[in-house]
Design a protein. Structure first.
Length: 508
């Protein structure tokens, strides 16, 4: 098989003058994107990169990201997207694990760059955009001719190593294959009815699987276009929707909140925006109603890195009928719920969500122990707790590692957070468990509030009719700063838990 790089060849022939990528640094037609892929593939080959070799990317969002990914696909190499928020210490761990032979980056990362220089050497680091003195530009790789034909590939050959976000522990490298890329693209195209007329906007780092794989890859396959922004600016996103024909956005609920909070949101023309797809957390009902009232289809989706970032989805036409649901398995995918003993759950019963199908990772990179623990009998054990109703629609209850056991009873933080977030003074909330001498664990609510005088009694009065007594927070921690989040938008509860366990004098 030719692999994913065949997509750019196809659209260069059948729609070469149409726009593939838009950005502040210049747009690219499909013909230009294909040429960039072929040039960089030739340059990487000249640097000794071949099938199975790793090429790491540590860069701000830019069109070159896609050129490098497609070039790796053409050579059978493996692209390793590195989280741009990582410290030098964290990068050292990932570089040691992936052992890339080439790194593509930009000058904004020089301060955290030492571990990558140690791994690959200065001569195999290429810069996008402004190139520091004495360094090599990515454009050097464009001078070795063209690689227009892909190497012979198997669907099971790796294309990316995507490191997990590490919200519950050390990152592991999920190996995603060419078949995974095709699987996630087919799934998304089918459920979202994507065509070459669609235009998506990316505002979060493309190193995140939800942006660089499950959101962007389907647009490469369907021949649509991708508007690349380096950061999320609410007013600019609204401008882009109005002026640049954006039909599709991928978000987390907090981004929807920030868009809706723009002073002129009610006057903005959203008529061209077909779908807003949200993941990472359940979208509150008031946001669903708001965007639907503006003619925007609000889609709730579920995915994880090990599942190529997209596995379940609730179509927009069911958003209000099934608030809180993440829908059903997508085309080519399967899901089931099991109890701790591995037996199948009944409808309405909470169990661990298992996934199988075209989007499930091949393995964890050089970690057979973790692979064997996560993929058992062909099923990916997600570690997420969920329920499924009689119609086959799933709801995520919580991470199994986030579950709190208080007095022998299970407390699901997501359930508590949903109730607390309806309090008018609550801006952000996360519930974590801390040790308790009497109950084993007890829930603590970490809250960012618009009211600095909010107290626990006010919160408990708000939830008294909605939560059983054992689920109610025993403590309120008001925080002046936003809650810590990973690049996927998920709250980093391990950081909150660690802070709560510090001695009082250390936190003062």
């Amino acid at each position: 098989m030719a692999g994913m790089s065949e997509w750019s060849r196809y659209w260069a022939r059948f729609g070469g003058t149409r726009t593939a990528l838009l950005s502040d640094t210049g747009d690219r037609t499909w013909a230009e994107l294909e040429r960039g892929c072929a040039e960089i593939a030739a340059g990487l080959r000249a640097e000794g990169v071949g099938k199975g070799d790793r090429v790491a990317g540590l860069m701000r969002n830019a069109p070159e990201h896609f050129e490098v990914v497609l070039a790796c696909a053409r050579l059978g190499a493996i692209f390793v997207p590195l989280n741009p928020l990582l410290t030098a210490v964290e990068l050292r761990d990932l570089a040691s694990d992936a052992q890339p032979g080439v790194v593509v980056t930009d000058e904004s990362f020089l301060a955290v760059f030492d571990p990558l220089e140690e791994q690959v050497g200065v001569e195999r680091i290429f810069f996008v955009g402004t190139t520091p003195e004495g360094r090599r530009s990515l454009d050097e790789l464009r001078t070795y001719g063209l690689v227009e034909e892909a190497v012979d590939l198997s669907p099971d050959d790796p294309l990316m190593i995507c490191y997990t976000s590490g919200t519950t522990g050390r990152s592991k490298g999920a190996v995603l294959t060419h078949a995974n890329m095709d699987g996630v693209a087919v799934s998304a195209q089918a459920v979202d009815a994507l065509t070459c007329e669609d235009r998506a906007i990316v505002t979060v780092p493309l190193a995140f699987t939800g942006a660089g794989v499950s959101f962007a890859i389907p647009f490469l396959r369907c021949g649509g276009s991708i508007l690349i922004r380096r950061e999320f600016e609410p007013s600019r996103v609204l401008d882009d929707i109005e002026q640049l024909g954006v039909t599709f956005i991928g978000v987390v609920p907090v981004i929807l909140e920030r868009l809706a909070a723009e002073p002129d949101f009610a006057e903005r023309d959203l008529s061209g925006l077909r779908i807003a797809k949200s993941g990472g957390a359940v979208v509150p009902e008031h946001l669903i109603r708001l965007f639907i009232s503006r003619g925007v289809g609000l889609v709730n989706a579920y995915g994880l890195t090990e599942g190529s970032g997209l596995n379940l989805e609730l179509p927009a036409h069911e958003a209000l009928d099934r608030v809180g649901s993440v829908g059903i398995p997508l085309m080519g995918q399967e899901a089931r719920l099991v109890r701790a003993d591995g037996t199948e759950c009944d409808p309405g019963e909470t169990g661990e969500l298992l996934l199988a199908g075209t989007c499930v990772l091949k393995e964890y990179w050089r970690n057979p122990t973790a692979t064997a623990a996560t993929i058992r009998d062909g099923w990916l054990h997600t570690g997420d707790l969920a329920t499924v109703d009689a119609d086959g629609y799933y709801r995520i209850v919580d991470r199994s590692k986030d579950m709190i056991i208080s007095g022998g009873l299970n407390v699901y933080p997501a359930e508590v957070e949903a109730v607390l977030s309806s309090h008018p003074d609550v801006v952000e909330v996360a519930v974590v468990g801390v040790p308790d001498d009497e109950w084993g664990e007890t829930p603590v609510a970490c809250v960012v509030s618009s009211n600095p005088d909010l107290d626990l009694d006010a919160l408990l009065a708000h939830v008294s009719g909605s939560l059983a007594s054992y689920k109610r927070p025993s403590r309120l921690e008001l925080r002046a700063e936003p809650l810590p989040r990973g690049m996927s938008g998920k709250i980093l509860k391990r950081e909150l838990r660690a802070a709560l366990l510090e001695p009082a004098e250390a936190r003062a």
